[in-house]
Design a protein around this ligand. Structure first.
Ligand SMILES: [Zn+2]
Length: 283
């Protein structure tokens, strides 16, 4: 057996994924997962009540892919892409497909990679770069257009976009909790949030202390939600340093109150990235 390092295996799978997207004519959004599935021998896709979000089951002919029918359509697409990524951990030329890499790659590692590969499948790097180049400077307008173009959920796009160096903004996805829960510091918050940062800001935390104190009204989140679509200039702490950010906020439609906040830093190294026009503009 060929002994490949983890990084080499990951890069090999990534290039196989890109070839697969190209050969199925799916390098442009929106990605048609059904067409991709056929080329990975996933012939049977079932939506039913499951105890988990999705599952891929090898059969003598290929795979059955099951999705939990109770989750939203956009979330189902993300799970669908994740399960398709699992097929790259099988030799699909054998019947039934046989597991490969399992001696080198742990199950946990495979899960993490499949999440990353799902990002590459639904929002391929090349397609993203093209859309970003066509739309100029990144911001809320482009973000919203991308949700439509790529047919992904706001949270998925918020997670995926900062992974590219071309989208050097901090994106925060906020969702109102369905049930009140206690946070670690003992303060109950009715909102939960995920912060997505580009790699060059990965180690710098964005101060969110004000958000976990709903009694200190008005909290930025509530302001953002109540105001709907707003652009505000605010001071936040990034990596312990006070900075001024332009924050673009958008209230999202849906059954659960959600807000997307995009932070444009006006200071720090982020400024250079944010204010630098895309390459094609400089031509
Ligand atoms: Zn999985």
């Amino acid at each position: 057996m060929i002994n490949l390092s983890c990084t080499k295996i990951k890069n090999q799978i990534l290039s196989e994924i890109n070839e697969w997207l190209e050969s199925c004519g799916q390098s442009r959004p929106p990605i048609d997962l059904l067409r991709l599935a056929g080329a990975r021998k996933v012939s049977d896709i079932r939506r039913e009540k499951l105890g988990q979000h999705g599952i891929l089951i090898p059969t003598p002919d290929g795979f059955v892919l099951k999705l939990d029918s109770r989750i939203s359509r956009a979330r189902q697409r993300a799970i669908f892409a994740h399960e398709l990524a699992h097929t790259f951990f099988y030799d699909i030329s054998s019947s039934p497909p046989s597991k490969i890499w399992s001696l080198t790659i742990s199950a946990k590692q495979e899960e993490q990679w499949c999440d990353e590969f799902a990002g590459e499948i639904l929002m391929p790097t090349k397609a993203l770069e093209k859309v970003i180049a066509e739309n100029g400077l990144p911001g809320m307008k482009t973000f919203v257009r991308m949700l439509d173009e790529f047919d992904v959920s706001p949270e998925f796009a918020a997670w995926r976009l900062p992974q590219t160096d071309k989208w050097p903004l901090i994106i925060v996805h906020l969702r109102k909790r369905e049930t009140e829960r206690k946070l670690e510091n003992g303060i109950a918050s009715s909102w939960k949030w995920r912060i997505f940062k580009p790699s060059f800001l990965k180690k710098k935390s964005l101060a969110i202390s004000a958000w976990s104190c709903p009694e200190k009204l008005p909290s930025p989140v509530q302001c953002y939600y109540e105001a709907g679509d707003i652009v505000v200039e605010e001071e936040w702490r990034l990596g312990g340093k006070r900075q001024t950010f332009v924050v673009e906020c958008k209230r999202l439609a849906g059954s659960v109150p959600q807000v997307i906040a995009i932070f444009h830093s006006l200071e720090s190294e982020a400024r250079e990235h944010v204010l630098k026009p895309p390459a094609h503009r400089m031509l």
